[in-house]
Structure formats: structure tokens, C-alpha cells
Design a protein around this ligand. Structure first.
Ligand code: ZN
Length: 439
């Protein structure tokens, strides 16, 4: 078993389609607004695992009025947030679009880079130390860029996510804006890549600090906790607790965090509540879907990923997050029905990647699974160096990628293909790895 996020997933898409009846109209039927919803770390089977407890206006509405495309397969690695968002929105693989991980080792710079880092721009609206971001590391266009080109840039395109990369990458290079959440200041922010100052509606939204009013509600289960029969019971060793808690159990007290901790919201379902509220404000203030020129709102919900990492995919916390998300989705559809018009918008839902069960959970149920000891990387590098009688043959390990030191290979007169073959053979001999290591 590798790490949590690394779980091969066929990208699945879930559509609520625009009405196509256009009778005598001469123009082609086009949606006024496309809403792409990426649910970070959502496993496709959650649609079925939690189905019985969903209401009629959320996920079930998409089942009933739309369609599900369950075998839309783009095979690639690594299935991490940045690569997943980019792959879905560009329709191509990391080798082509360039976003091979959340971070990677850049041989030219001789250091690790973050997927959306860009030191030529400045963050707007956040804490001073917030690292500046843009989509410049992405090499190709996204579907949002193509929409911009198709309408001669008359479409409005906005990306929104708590995670910077989730907001930035889907909307591509030509977006009007991407906004993400700065956990230090509790503000929604952007960068000078898009604009020179936050719009007034964003300042107003930030001024409301809805994070505080959400903390006031604390986080208890939506239904009595003993009715969560699809989940492992609370308080397992692999569950992580919030910094201010003594144990990782319901009810999660959040009230004490008001005014002093803006980060914890991301690991609760209220992160989704906040993102939906911000998205509505964007639709409202930017008049998205208000005319016949198709606009695109790319919304990515980061909180399901944070909750999944902290508590594990079989936790009550995850089930509760999805039951609440179902309600939020229903409310968002009602809002779009009223604002844009029923049948006037195209909605799709998918995920950037899935998640594997926790190895302890697997072991408890007799499934084969192990943790990989990351300290083993040093031993691995040592073994490789000893075999070829050189030093520093491996530059870095990042996101399960191994970066070879070309200079050492050249100066030692080694053949790169032989080094690669040795590494692959060595990895394939490791009983902790599933035997599929390739060049
Ligand atoms: Zn993700």
C-alpha cells in the first residue's frame, strides 16, 4: 500500500445537462453557465455507499436528471491534487501538461518547485508571507482557456478552491480570476497574475469572516452517531485530532477557535459551506450566467480531502461530510435554478483522485497492506551509489519519482539506461511495492 492519495482511479464524470430543446431558435443551444465541481479525494463509490441517506435534490438529482460516465479513463501517475485537477481540465496527461505532482524537482533550478509557485507575481489580500501563485507552470490550455478562445474572450471564467492549486489550475492561463483561501488571514485571495486589487465583493465577503460564524456551530453529526452504519465507529488510532482537541471524536468543538485559528475550517465540512458561499457571491457579483455567452465556474472543494486525510475514508467524519455536501449541493442547485434558470446551466462533478483505506484499517479486516518507510529512501540511494561506485547518483525523491543526477552519470561514464534498469530491478524486488515499476 502506498500513500493515501495514491490510488488509481478512472476519472468519472457526473453530469446535470442543459436542456437542448430550442425549437424555432436559429442559434445553437448553449449553456449560460458551466459549473465544474471537483470534489477533492471523492471516491466514485461514495455515490453508492451513501446513496440511501442522500436527499432528492443533491447527488440524486444528478442521477435522476443527468447521467454518469463511469469509465472515462485517463491513466496517469501521480494521482495527486495538482496533477488530477490539471488532467481533468486539460484532458491530457502530466507528461504533456507539465503538472507532474503537487511539487517536483526541477533539474535546471536545482531545487524542488511547487506546482503553482510564481515569484513574478504577488499575492493579493492575504498574509504577507503567502507564497505567490499562478498557472504559469502548466504547459497547455484547459477547457476554460478553450472556452475563452471560442468566444473571443467574452466568457467569464472564475476558479475557486480553498487550495490554491485547486482554484488556479482548472481555469488555466486566460481566466478572469482564481481565488483561494489563505488560512493565516482567513481571507479569500488571488494574485497579481489576475488583477491588481481584490474586487469589492471579495473584500466584503472577507470582512464577514463567515469562518467564525461556522465555528460557532461546532461540528456534531447531522444524524445520531449510531446511525452511521456505513462507517467505522469513532475514535480509531489512525484518526488525527485537531490541534486544540484531546481526542479525535465527535462532537468536534470549534467555538474556541473563533478569531484565532482560520485553518481548521479546511478540515471540516464547513470548508465546503464557505466555498459554496463564496461561489454564490462570485456568480452574483460577476453576473455569471446572466447572458447568452457561456461562462465557466470551476469550483473545487478541498475540505473532503483534508477530512479524508485526517480521519480516513471509512470514518464517520467522511460520511458526515458527504451527507452535508449532498445538502449543500441541493441548495446550490436551487440557487442556480433561480439565478441562471433550470436547464440553462451545465453541471458536472468529478474528482481529482481517490483515496486508499488506511493500512491499519486494512489490517484490522485482514486485507494485505503496509506502510512504506520513507526513511528507506536513504538506504535505497546508498545501495544505488554503492552498486555504481559513485556518490549522489540520485538527486531527489519527490512524489514517488526518482530524479537521477545526469552530471554524475556522465562523469562516471555510466549508461543512463543501465542505471534505470538497475533501479527498476531493485524496486521490483521490494516486497512492499506492487510489482509494476516501469521506466
Ligand atoms: Zn486532491
Amino acid at each position: 500500500m502506498i500513500c493515501l492519495d495514491f490510488f488509481p482511479v478512472s476519472h468519472w464524470l457526473f453530469f446535470l445537462a442543459v436542456q437542448t430543446g430550442h425549437s424555432q431558435s436559429q442559434s445553437l443551444p448553449r449553456p449560460k453557465l458551466v459549473v465544474g465541481l471537483m470534489v477533492d479525494q471523492m471516491r466514485w463509490d461514495y455515490l453508492y455507499r451513501f446513496y440511501d441517506r442522500f436527499g432528492s435534490g443533491g447527488f440524486k438529482r444528478v442521477f435522476n436528471e443527468g447521467f454518469t460516465s463511469e469509465n472515462t479513463f485517463i491513466p496517469y501517475a501521480q494521482t495527486l491534487t495538482a496533477a488530477g485537477h490539471t488532467t481533468v481540465y486539460t484532458g491530457t496527461t502530466p507528461a504533456i501538461h507539465g503538472i507532474v505532482g503537487n511539487e517536483w524537482y526541477d533539474k535546471a533550478l536545482g531545487r524542488s518547485v511547487y506546482c503553482t509557485e510564481d515569484n513574478t507575481v504577488v499575492t493579493i489580500g492575504g498574509s504577507e508571507k503567502a507564497a505567490p501563485q499562478s498557472p504559469r507552470n502548466m504547459w497547455v490550455t484547459t477547457i476554460c482557456d478553450e472556452l475563452k478562445l471560442a468566444t473571443n474572450f467574452r466568457s467569464k471564467v472564475i476558479g475557486i478552491a480553498i487550495k490554491d492549486r485547486g482554484g488556479i489550475l482548472p481555469v488555466g492561463h486566460s481566466a478572469d480570476a482564481a481565488y483561494w483561501y489563505d488560512s493565516k488571514s482567513g481571507n479569500w485571495v488571488t494574485s497579481t497574475y489576475y488583477m491588481n486589487a481584490l474586487p469589492e465583493w471579495v473584500n466584503k465577503f472577507n470582512g464577514r469572516k463567515i469562518v467564525d460564524s461556522l465555528y460557532k456551530q461546532n461540528w456534531n453529526t447531522l444524524y445520531p452517531i449510531d446511525t452511521y452504519v456505513q462507517s467505522t465507529k469513532d475514535d480509531q488510532v489512525w484518526e488525527g485530532k485537531f490541534g486544540h482537541e484531546t481526542s479525535p471524536v465527535f462532537p468536534h468543538e470549534l467555538n474556541s477557535q473563533i478569531g484565532k485559528n482560520y485553518g481548521t475550517i479546511s478540515s471540516t465540512p464547513y470548508g465546503n459551506t464557505m466555498a459554496f458561499a463564496f461561489a454564490r457571491q462570485a456568480v452574483e457579483a460577476e453576473k455569471m450566467g446572466a447572458d447568452a455567452i457561456t461562462d465557466f465556474l470551476a469550483l473545487s472543494l478541498s475540505s473532503p480531502d483534508y477530512v479524508g486525510h485526517q480521519f480516513g475514508p471509512n470514518s464517520i467524519e467522511v460520511e458526515d461530510t458527504y451527507l452535508r455536501l449532498d445538502r449543500e449541493l441541493a441548495a446550490f442547485f436551487s440557487y442556480l435554478d433561480q439565478k441562471v434558470g433550470k436547464g440553462q446551466y451545465l453541471f458536472f462533478l468529478t474528482a481529482d483522485h481517490a483515496v486508499a483505506h488506511n493500512p491499519n484499517f486494512m489490517g484490522n479486516h485482514k486485507f494485505p497492506a503496509k506502510y512504506i518507510d520513507r526513511n528507506g529512501q536513504a538506504d535505497f540511494a546508498k545501495k544505488v551509489n554503492e552498486n555504481f561506485k559513485v556518490n549522489n547518483l540520485i538527486l531527489d525523491f519527490q512524489n514517488y519519482h526518482i530524479y537521477l543526477n545526469d552530471r554524475v552519470i556522465d562523469s562516471a561514464g555510466l549508461k543512463k539506461s543501465e542505471v534505470k534498469k538497475y533501479l527498476i530491478d531493485l524496486l521490483n524486488k521490494d516486497e512492499n511495492l506492487f510489482g509494476c515499476v516501469r521506466q
